[in-house]
Design a binder for this molecule. Structure first.
Ligand SMILES: Nc1ncnc2c1ncn2[C@@H]1O[C@H](COP(=O)(O)OP(=O)(O)O)[C@@H](O)[C@H]1O
Ligand SMILES: [Mg+2]
Length: 261
């Protein structure tokens, strides 16, 4: 049994067919990178894995069971725009994740439970290289440090799946390279299943074990929303040569123009 099975899913919003006939299997521990023209349904797909959106047709199974229609600790997500609480320090943000989990209504822990949460949060800060920033507020952190904190937050509940939606898109190239090393370190240590959307094909090839291209192959000039996008390339990264890379590059360029037209 695959860890994740995507059984012929479709996603429509009203008349707008966003995704169609998406079928794939994912094994535990794979690092999947996803590229595709903007608006083709990449974020929608991640949200279906998260459980905040669900397929209009078809099913996504995780360990053989349909993904619950709400986020749970199995899955953590990081968006490009970062998502922690501005009025809490880095440390407090991470402790809060545990407090919310263990004491949903009160969101406070006391005594040994608090000390344990504090310890776990500090370990996580160290893992993402923020041990010196424990008492800083998000606005005092650089963009790269903010994304480190967002990743730490997503990992606090030890999810089996980490969903990354263009997490490094807004960062400078040097910082982005540091983040690549961080995400590879985390993946190597935890063997977590990663799905990462990127608009940078090279980044996708560098980080992933498997690359998907999501694209629309059926078109109706009279009704641009009549057909959805699907997975058009699914390539084990190790087996990709330059000519495949060029082919993908051209297909992406083509659908970007199509989208702009
Ligand atoms: N909640 C929603 N309601 C209606 N349409 C939506 C919603 N979310 C996304 N869409 C539409 O679905 C399509 C795909 O969006 P999205 O998944 O964000 O694309 P991508 O992440 O690939 O840029 C777009 O046409 C977008 O307008
Ligand atoms: Mg998106």
């Amino acid at each position: 049994m695959s860890f994740i099975e995507v059984n012929d899913i479709w996603k429509t919003y009203g008349d707008n067919v966003v995704l169609e006939r998406v079928k794939t299997n994912v094994h535990a521990g794979e690092f999947i990178t996803i590229v595709g023209a903007s608006g083709c349904g990449k974020t929608t797909f991640l949200k279906m894995l998260l459980g905040t959106e669900y397929p209009t047709r078809g099913k996504i199974l995780l360990n053989g069971k349909p993904i619950p229609q709400e986020p749970s600790e199995d899955r953590g997500i990081v968006f490009q725009k970062y998502s922690v609480f501005p009025h809490l320090t880095a440390l407090q943000n991470l402790v809060l994740t545990i407090e919310l989990e263990q004491s949903r209504w009160l969101a406070h822990l006391f005594g040994s439970a608090y000390r344990l949460a504090d310890e776990q949060a500090r370990e996580m800060l160290a893992m993402v290289g923020l041990q010196h920033a424990a008492n800083q507020y998000p606005h005092e952190l650089s963009g790269g440090m903010q994304q480190r904190l967002a990743i730490a937050q997503a990992l606090m509940k030890q999810p089996k799946v980490l969903l990354l939606d263009e997490p490094f898109g807004a960062l400078d190239p040097g910082i982005r390279a540091d983040m690549h090393e961080l995400i590879l370190k985390i993946w190597n240590q935890t063997k977590i299943n990663v799905f990462m959307i990127t608009h940078d094909l090279k980044e996708g090839f560098y980080l992933g074990t498997r690359l998907w291209v999501i694209d629309k192959i059926r078109h109706d000039a009279q009704a641009p929303n009549a057909y959805g996008a699907t997975i058009t390339y699914d390539i084990p990264v190790g087996q990709c040569d330059n000519s495949t890379l060029n082919e993908i590059d051209q297909s992406l360029e083509h659908s970007r123009k199509e989208h702009a037209a």
